[in-house]
Design a protein around this ligand. Structure first.
Ligand code: FUB
Length: 325
């Protein structure tokens, strides 16, 4: 069959997709991506070029079947609190409900994180009236642990506004730490039983090197930038993320969901395009990396396409680096 999804090829090519969050729900692979818009608006370090307005859900029965687009499942116009920029989402299942977590700028131009619900993994999703109280910044990723506790990981520098929250309130002109100071880490917050609020005040995660020293803000090859994802392998928590300005996906390991996480290495070398964003999922006893690049648009940064590749572990639990080609 011609339209079977192949490794390292766009999983769909009729729309631009990015920031894939892949999950196995009801025995199938579901992918929750951003939906990139083709437009000629401004492009800058604030991320104005990422002017997305809706979400589509994609699914595959397996890797020998076509990728289905379930169509628009949530639109900006239906989210009462959101003004613009529906960036990288994630989904989770608990309480017989599917939850779509997503960032957007509120009416004051501040990124917040919202939640929408559905009875089906493919949606459509109904948003809550307001964003999650106490939420900020971008790129939510939710882990429902084996004990059914659910944790949201989030945050992103620059356009993602994480630097502006260092005091606990939004400081519009705040800058990040100096190069010789610890880098800002992603944020973790345990979710309430109903998955609609935070159970606790969000906490910053510490990422350290093998000697226990914090990764510094000037260490752009290793410091957190955006796109956090946490998965479990052999009982350990793996935090993976984009290094932004150096364009790699890297990872760190901890015995606890909240860290500290010890930096381990690179998962994916730089892709074509400025952003890199991924998820990791186990399906039929193999592990896969979902990621995006800009190959479908010939390298236009805001017109990206989701792909996947098999991901392999070494015997000691480290991950083999995937060389982008
Ligand atoms: O898609 C918009 C933003 O670009 C995401 O939130 C970031 O992770 C980066 O991929």
């Amino acid at each position: 069959m011609e339209n079977i999804t192949k490794p390292n090829k766009p999983i769909v090519n009729h729309i631009y997709t990015a920031d894939p969050s892949a999950h196995v729900f009801e025995g199938k692979l579901y992918i929750y991506p951003s939906h990139d818009l083709d437009h000629n608006g401004p492009s800058n370090d604030n991320g104005d070029q990422y002017a997305m307005e809706d979400y589509h859900v994609l699914s595959m029965d397996n890797f020998n079947s076509p990728c289905i687009d379930h169509g628009e499942v949530l639109h900006l116009r239906d989210i009462p609190w959101a003004k613009q920029q529906l960036w990288a989402p994630d989904a989770a299942y608990k309480n017989n409900t599917y939850y779509l977590f997503f960032p957007a700028r509120d009416k004051d131009n501040i990124f917040r994180i919202g939640v929408a619900t559905s009875t089906k993994p493919e949606g459509p999703f109904t948003p809550q009236d307001s964003y999650i109280p106490g939420s900020f910044s971008i790129d939510p990723a939710v882990l429902v642990d084996e004990d059914q506790k659910a944790y949201m990981y989030y945050g992103g520098l620059w356009g993602g506004q994480l630097e502006k929250w260092q005091t606990g309130t939004f400081v519009p002109d705040a800058e990040g730490p100096a190069e010789n100071e610890p880098a800002l880490g992603p944020i973790i917050a345990e979710l309430s039983e109903d998955m609609l609020t935070f159970k606790e005040k969000p906490q910053e995660i510490s990422i350290v090197d093998e000697d226990g020293n914090p990764i510094l803000a000037g260490d752009e090859e290793r410091r957190f930038f955006e796109g956090a994802w946490v998965h479990k392998y052999n009982g350990n928590y793996y935090l993976s993320y984009s290094t932004g300005t150096t364009h790699s996906i890297v990872y760190a390991i901890s015995e606890k969901p909240e860290g500290p996480y010890i930096y381990k290495g690179k998962i994916l070398t730089p892709v074509l395009g400025w952003t890199t964003h991924h998820s990791i999922v186990e399906f039929n006893d193999k592990w896969y990396l979902f990621y995006h690049d800009c190959s479908l648009s010939g390298g236009v940064n805001h017109k990206r396409s989701v792909k996947y590749s098999e991901l392999k572990y070494n015997e000691d639990g480290t991950i083999q680096t995937i060389e982008y080609k």
